[in-house]
Design a protein around this ligand. Structure first.
Ligand code: GTP
Ligand code: MG
Length: 206
C-alpha cells in the first residue's frame, strides 16, 4: 500500500473525544522509548509527523493520524516510565486501558518490543492484559538495526518461548522493524491493507 496522505487530526486523553468517524484504526503501544512515534513516521514517510525524542515520556496523549483519508494510525504514550504499581491494570494509565477497552474503531493493537532486550515483565503484563480484554494485537519488534541478523532470530525465538511459558498457545503474528532503515515497512503496510480491505469489503464497520 502506498501512503499518499498522512495528517494529524487530534490529541487528547479522553476516548470519548477521539474522532467519531467509523474508520478502522491501528494503535501503537509499548514501553516509553521503544520507538512507537518513530515507527509511525517511518510508515508514513513523514519524518516529523509524530513527535519523537531520545528521552522517554515524549508522547503523553492519544494522537490520531489519518492516512489516505480512510484509516487511522494512533500514537499512544508509553508505559513503564515512572509508573510503578502492584496491580497490573493500574500500571497502565486509565485513559490507555479505556482506549483499548472502549474504542470500537480499534482493529489491532501493535505492541512494540525492543528486539535487543529479553522479555520484560511489564510487556508480558500488557500482552496478558490485551489477551484478557480480548483485544486483537500483533507484536512489533523495533530497532532491528541495532543487532545482527542472527541475533534477531535468536531473540524472536526466546520471546516465543517466554510467551508459551506465559500460557500463550502460540506466538502472535509479529513483525521485525527498524525505523532508521525502513525494515518491515512493506510487510506492516501490506498487513494493514489486507485487514482494511476485509473490513471495507464486508461493510461491517459501522
Ligand atoms: P515515548 O513517546 O516516550 O513513549 O517513546 P516512543 O516509543 O514514541 O519512542 P520514539 O519514537 O520517540 O523513539 C525513542 C528513541 O529511539 C529516539 O531517539 C529514536 O530515534 C530511537 N529509535 C526509534 N526507533 C528506532 C530504530 O528503529 N532504530 C534506532 N537505531 N533508533 C530508533
Ligand atoms: Mg512517542
Amino acid at each position: 500500500m502506498k501512503v499518499n496522505t498522512a495528517e494529524f487530526i487530534i490529541s487528547n486523553s479522553d476516548v470519548a473525544k477521539c474522532p467519531n468517524e467509523p474508520l478502522p484504526e491501528y494503535a501503537f503501544i509499548g514501553r516509553s522509548n521503544v520507538g512507537k512515534s518513530s515507527l509511525i513516521n517511518m510508515l508514513t514517510g513523514r519524518n516529523s509527523l509524530a513527535k519523537t525524542s531520545a528521552k522517554p515520556g515524549k508522547t503523553q496523549l492519544i494522537n490520531h493520524f489519518k492516512i489516505n483519508s480512510n484509516w487511522f494510525l494512533v500514537d499512544l504514550p508509553g508505559y513503564g516510565y515512572a509508573r510503578v504499581s502492584k496491580k497490573a491494570k493500574e500500571t497502565f494509565q486509565k485513559f490507555i486501558t479505556d482506549y483499548f477497552e472502549k474504542r470500537e474503531q480499534l482493529v489491532c493493537g501493535f505492541v512494540l518490543i525492543d528486539i535487543r532486550l529479553e522479555a520484560q515483565k511489564i510487556d508480558l503484563e500488557f500482552i496478558n492484559y490485551l489477551g484478557e480484554a480480548q483485544v486483537p494485537f500483533c507484536i512489533i519488534f523495533t530497532k532491528a538495526d541495532k543487532i545482527s541478523k542472527g541475533k534477531i532470530s535468536q531473540h524472536v525465538a526466546a520471546y516465543r518461548k517466554q510467551l508459551l511459558a506465559n500460557n500463550w498457545e502460540e506466538m502472535p503474528q509479529y513483525f521485525v522493524t527498524s525505523s532508521t532503515e525502513g525494515t518491515g515497512r512493506d510487510e506492516l503496510l501490506n498487513y494493514i491493507d489486507t485487514v482494511n480491505q476485509e473490513i471495507f469489503k464486508n461493510q461491517g464497520f459501522k
